[in-house]
Design a protein around this ligand. Structure first.
Ligand SMILES: *Cc1c(COP(=O)(O)O)cnc(C)c1O
Length: 228
């Protein structure tokens, strides 16, 4: 369990929210059009609970197993929690992911699309999906290549009937994120998708300028993660 001592959920949340409002205003956008996804990976349920008490309801986790161990009791107490899966999803975890998460942001390959479609039908539960785009075309990173994004999105919607609502990206660490944000926004627009998940603690204000509808913020809310 993470020590909650010295963790000021109220102050951290207020700071991030204020910066989201300011960034939206500067971009002539409605702040309500930007959803803050609080990335709670590696942090204990006690810190998540503190952020819930401060008013936060949308949380992101990158591992199915960790989320399963941590979040169901909180979801029980707060049924309006919205849980986003933001990390790579193995096909054999699709069942658990569909059962637990409200949004799956890491849809990135045909086999996973087929598995998610099968599970959604089986469980009669349809978490909204974001297609992850590997905008930097990094070999080690998940996501479809930008040139394959349109075809893959169509396959997910038309062939598998998946509720695809947006696109998501994680830009390369060592590059100017704005180019990647602009590219992702373009892919969303030309595919008629409203959701654009981009921007983390270091760059969520830039992402909002480029049209992010979901920013995924961990460190700025919870503090640094323990080294793994
Ligand atoms: C960990 C993570 C984040 C949050 O990163 P911070 O820099 O801590 O804000 C956002 N998106 C994804 C996909 C992540 O894995």
């Amino acid at each position: 369990m993470t020590d909650v001592a010295g963790f000021d959920a109220v102050a951290n949340l207020a700071t991030v929210r204020a910066r989201i409002v300011a960034a939206a205003a500067a971009a002539n956008r409605d702040p309500a059009a930007v959803t803050l996804v609080a990335v709670s990976k590696t942090h204990g349920a006690d810190k998540v609970a503190a952020l819930i008490a401060a008013g936060q309801r949308v949380f992101g986790e990158n591992r199915v197993q960790e989320a399963q161990a941590k979040l169901p009791p909180l979801k029980e107490r707060f049924p309006d929690l919205q849980l986003h899966l933001i990390g790579p999803l193995q096909s054999n975890k699709a069942r658990d992911a569909v059962a637990l998460f409200d949004v799956i942001e890491s849809l990135d390959r045909p086999k996973l699309a087929a598995e998610l479609a099968r599970e959604m039908a089986r469980q009669n539960r349809r978490p909204a999906c974001f297609v992850q785009v590997n905008t930097g075309e990094e070999a080690q990173k998940a996501g479809v290549a930008p040139r394959d994004a349109d075809a893959f999105i169509r396959t997910c919607i038309e062939q598998h009937g998946l509720p695809v609502v947006g696109v998501m990206c994680i830009p390369p660490l060592d590059e100017e994120p704005a180019l990647h944000f602009a590219l992702l926004k373009k892919i969303a627009d030309r595919n008629g998708l409203a959701g654009v998940s981009m921007g983390m603690s270091a760059d969520y204000e830039v992402a909002i300028r480029f049209g992010a509808t979901h920013v995924r913020v961990g460190t700025a809310l919870f503090g640094t993660r323990p080294a793994t």
